[in-house]
Design a protein. Sequence first.
Lengths: 109, 153
Amino acid sequence: MAQAMKVRARMEADNSAADIKVLVNHPMETGQRKDASGELIPRHFIQTIKATHNDKVVIDAQWSQAISKNPFFGFKIKGAKPGDAVTVSWVDNKGETSSIDATIEPASS
Amino acid sequence: MNRLRRTLLKAASFLAGAAALDGGMLRNVFAAEWNVAAFDAADIDGAMKGIGVADANASEDIEIQVPQIAENGAVVPIEVRSRIPNTQSIAILAEKNPFPLIAQISFLNGAEGFVSTRIKMGESSNIKAVVRAGDKFYLASKDVKVTIGGCGE
């Protein structure tokens, strides 16, 4: 299986916040699509996605099936510093789950 | 030799078990209640009610960045930024989607009132961003014209 999640965590140019970008591998089936034989493909989508910064929850989000396939999710953390730890995890409606750790990088020069 | 190997294997399987337990506990801490009523509401009023919005004031401190025309409704990039002090959450809704509520994001412990993602739109629609700050709700909206819908495809 392809890697379930990618994350990039980097300080913004003015160092005021960390910019976190997450890419998840997930079908995000709406439950409205039909397969080749005309059968509805069951809904299969990420319901909750969370992020922690140095073990404190910073993002607590709920999604519907209307987030695009292979979701992209970006957010910003004020007061973060290079070297800080960020963890992102999700749970879908089938109970499948995945989690990834990242370290905040300095701003690109 | 064999005894050492057995001891090592035992230790390894114990560690694996402990790690699995740890993972399970982590999941429990993270388990959140998915808002069924709000997400399964088939109209915008139901979705708003589901997230607790009685009435929301229009605000110019909420900025929605979306394309005016989206060629592919399956992937519509959206960014929402709230400059309202003490922004606790942002909800994104597409009025004409079969289920209008698309996401609700809560910000804690220093997260900015900002989110960037990609959404599906069934047809051209008004996109709303609802911000919660304290016990008040604020609202902004933008129209997006969709060339090819993103639900049945």
